[in-house]
Design a protein around this ligand. Structure first.
Ligand code: S3P
Length: 453
């Protein structure tokens, strides 16, 4: 794909629903008997993987009235799949589903594409086995076999701030006897906890010479969802929005409006960060609508005009082009809150008058590719001076972003980052593998084109 530089970006873009929320709503719908309807579900490869997985368990899927309908026999009615379930490129599908299958009656093989097969699964299998799960792993990744078993609740300290790991254990906790407690010292996205309406306690901890206050999530069979919901409207994906936000910030002129973007406190940090860098962004929170956006979801306990019980905050976002940026360094507790947006932030930092340093981001090496190394190569290809470190990098922006040829190596976020950087380059760039953007946003390029005027 050849991409020419651009100077102006203008318009409004309604983005598809958030990927993390989509996976969780699909699994929730599969757990309960009846028909659940989701509005603004993205047609991305990752979300298709979750739909395909629950379909293999006996959930009927149809499209009508602007909704994706999931008609489930409920957990007790899940059927034994006839073949391995293919999770494609989607780590969230594999890990969250593993938590549920561990406590089911089924015997299932989970597979993934080459990239997913290399990503760690042992970190998920370990606590599940402590709960009684029977999981056969050949190495650390997929394929694996899980044979449903009777689970018992455990107390689990999250060793890494991974929402996929946390969610897998919490979902297994729904099917276990007794209580499961998951404690996080470095908090990460909390969509599963919100969706299940889980209780938590704040507890003091002391271990390995460190002490502090941590949140402990508590789950048991009482939290198992029992009712199907329809008309759940998914707010736009902030991690996809990040690429359009940064594209706008890199232009000489223009303004972009992104309606109804999810601004969960664990997902909006990159916006706050870009504001601190000098970017002009305005968030207009949609008050009292919460998760449901402008449509009343009709959930039990959700009264029009009041905050929905599973509310996820949503805002309209306005971004203006043309302001100078001064990047700040990122490390520590911030990282889990913007781990997926590091590529977009690094692209913005290619126009910064200060260096951009990232530390404590080793998890980036375990994403759809070694995203840390790939990102360093991307920034170097376009003229950035970059020092790669074990858990991060230091970038000094070039005087001029030079046109480049870059292979996105099958990683959707590197592909979108490369395309945005190419818009700011001094000539035509060539991006290989841009089609991998379809993992999270198949219309990425088309949408970008409509905004470039
Ligand atoms: C996700 C959690 C994060 C994130 C991924 C989606 C989720 O991964 O990077 O894109 O939906 O729970 P980890 O759990 O591996 O940190």
């Amino acid at each position: 794909m050849l991409i020419s530089p651009a100077r102006r970006l203008r318009g409004s873009l309604q983005l598809p629903g958030d990927k993390s929320l989509s996976h969780r709503h699909i699994l929730r719908a599969a757990l309960v008997e009846g028909r659940s309807g989701l509005i603004n579900l993205p047609d991305s490869l990752d979300v298709r993987a979750s739909l395909g997985a629950v379909e293999a368990l006996g959930v009927g899927i149809s499209h009508a009235d602007g909704r994706v309908w999931l008609n489930s026999p409920g957990l007790e009615g899940w059927r034994q799949p006839v073949a391995a379930i293919d999770c494609g490129n989607s780590g969230t599908t594999a890990r969250l589903l593993l938590g549920l299958l561990a406590g089911s009656r089924l015997d299932v093989e989970l597979r993934g594409d080459e990239s997913l097969s290399r990503r760690p699964m042992a970190r998920v299998a370990e606590p599940l086995r402590r709960m009684g799960a029977r999981i056969d792993l050949a190495g650390d990744g997929l394929p694996l076999r899980v044979r449903g078993a009777r689970l018992e609740g455990i107390c689990f300290d999250l060793p890494v701030p991974s929402a996929q790991l946390k969610s897998a254990v919490l979902l297994a906790g729904l099917l276990a006897s007794g209580e499961t407690r998951v404690r996080e010292t470095l908090p990460c996205r909390d969509h599963t906890e919100r969706l299940l309406g889980l209780n938590s306690e704040v507890v003091a901890f002391a271990s390995q010479g460190r002490a502090g206050i941590v949140r402990e999530w508590i789950v048991s069979g009482r939290d198992l969802p029992r009712r199907a919901w329809s008309d759940i409207r998914l707010p736009a994906d902030p991690s996809t929005a990040a690429f359009y936000v940064v594209a706008t910030l890199l232009m000489d002129e223009g303004e972009l409006v992104l309606p109804e973007v999810l601004i969960n406190p664990f997902r909006r940090d990159y916006l706050d960060e870009l504001l601190e860098w000098g970017g002009l962004l305005e968030l207009e929170e949609i008050p009292g609508e919460g998760f449901c956006g402008p449509t009343f979801c009709g959930l039990e306990g959700c009264n029009p005009g009041e905050q929905c019980p599973i509310a996820e905050p949503v805002a309209n976002l306005r971004v203006r082009a043309g302001l100078p940026l001064s990047a700040r360094s990122l490390s520590g507790r911030r990282l889990p809150r913007l781990i997926d947006e590091i590529p977009a932030l690094a692209v913005a930092a290619m126009r910064s008058d200060t260096p951009f340093e990232v530390a404590d981001a080793a998890e980036l090496r375990l994403k759809e590719s070694d995203r840390l190394h790939g990102l360093v190569e991307l920034l170097r290809a376009f003229g950035g001076q970059v020092e790669e470190r074990a858990d991060g990098f230091r970038l000094e922006a070039p005087a001029v972003i030079t046109a480049a040829r870059f292979d996105a190596r099958g990683d959707h976020r590197l592909a979108m980052a490369a395309a945005v950087l190419a818009l700011a380059a001094d000539g035509e760039s060539e991006i290989l593998g841009l089609e991998s953007a379809a993992v999270s946003h198949p219309a990425f390029l088309e949408d970008l084109r409509t905004l470039l005027v």
